[in-house]
Write a protein that binds this ligand. Structure first.
Ligand SMILES: Nc1ncnc2c1ncn2[C@@H]1O[C@H](COP(=O)(O)OP(=O)(O)OP(=O)(O)O)[C@@H](O)[C@H]1O
Ligand SMILES: [Mg+2]
Length: 309
């Protein structure tokens, strides 16, 4: 009898593990959100629908980029994933947990950490290592484990040698990496980065994106990156394009950037090599494939299709 039970239980637990592995880390189901403005008497004076029936699913370990013009709803969506805002309609699941259930708020915020545009607003400690330890401390992690986590996070972000520095004396890119280390120290499954490089110089931008890619590649952290910089989108597994609170396009960077005219209609920047390839194609180089993303790819394709050698 016992062996029958073991035989039955084993496959169930294996199936459960497989389900956990392939389960989406973030799902939104028909999510709409209204910003409601009230007058002094508390009456509704304006309703602004910032999200409109958004259905997305992000698998564990994916690198997602979210594009969209100003006011298209990107930050509002990000705040829903981090349980800062709750849907007016529909629901959001983070690792299967409904964000609108107050009992899930801490778990949701620990599973899906968030990085904002301005690193200065995210730094709370006066010394780098203290700042990074703040999150795990708030989670009630025992102090010996906090220091392990701080060391691990600072090493992953390449900021270990700055552990005794004052964050305020660091460059913008370094500060942003300290802020990311602070989230990493909470061992999230997913990090949502809302234009993390918008206030940085080109060197800082590169460092932060390299760090995000390493977190995804090596540590298998799911990354959801909101950005206006097209060169940062190239590395994504999938891209969501938003307009007027809706997800208008979904696909790999190649699929998305093959649709140059649709992107132009949405008034989005297009990577320079993609635009050049598109213009060359329109002017007769018809053998060039769609969706060229990098200079290197463009040169390779030009040589392959048009070399006389
Ligand atoms: N606190 C707020 N109160 C009222 N309306 C808001 C508020 N925050 C955002 N909105 C509105 O909601 C819509 C979506 O804004 P959101 O900030 O999510 O866009 P976004 O895509 O992040 O834009 P950006 O690229 O400028 O950061 C816009 O119409 C915006 O004006
Ligand atoms: Mg925004």
């Amino acid at each position: 009898m016992a062996s029958v039970r073991v035989c039955f239980l084993l496959p169930v637990s294996v199936i459960y593990c497989i389900l956990l592995i392939i389960m989406a880390i973030v799902e939104t189901h028909g999510v709409s959100f209204d910003y409601i403005r009230r007058d002094e008497e508390g009456n509704v004076s304006a309703i602004n629908r910032a999200l409109d029936d958004v259905d997305i699913s992000v698998e564990k370990g994916e690198f997602i980029a979210i594009l969209g013009g100003n006011g298209s709803g990107k930050s509002t969506l990000a705040k829903h994933i981090n349980a800062i805002l709750y849907p007016t309609e529909g629901y959001v699941l983070v690792d299967g947990k409904n964000t609108a259930d107050e009992a899930n708020t801490l778990t949701v915020r620990q599973k899906a950490g968030m990085i904002f545009q301005n690193p200065d607003n995210q730094i709370v400690g006066s010394i780098v290592e203290e700042d990074v330890g703040f999150g795990p401390e708030n989670m009630g992690i025992p102090s010996e484990n906090i220091w392990e986590r701080v060391e691990e996070a600072l090493k992953i972000l390449g900021m270990w040698e700055y552990r005794k520095h004052s964050p305020m004396r660091l460059s913008g890119g370094q500060k942003q990496r300290v802020a990311i280390a602070g989230v990493v120290a909470m061992h999230p499954e997913c990090i949502i980065m809302d234009e993390p490089t918008a206030m940085l110089d080109p060197v800082g931008r590169k460092d932060v994106i390299r760090a995000a890619r390493a977190l995804n590649d090596v540590e298998k952290v799911t990354i959801i990156l909101i950005t206006h910089y097209m060169e940062e989108v190239v590395y994504a597994d999938r891209v969501f394009v938003m307009q007027d609170g809706k997800v208008k396009m979904t696909g790999t960077p190649k699929e998305i950037f093959s649709q140059v005219e649709e992107l132009q209609e949405l008034r989005l920047n297009i990577p320079q090599p993609t635009r050049l390839a598109y213009e060359l194609k329109k002017r007769g180089l018809s053998r060039l494939p769609d969706g060229i993303l990098t200079e290197k790819e463009l040169v390779t394709e030009l040589c392959r299709s048009y070399s006389t050698m």
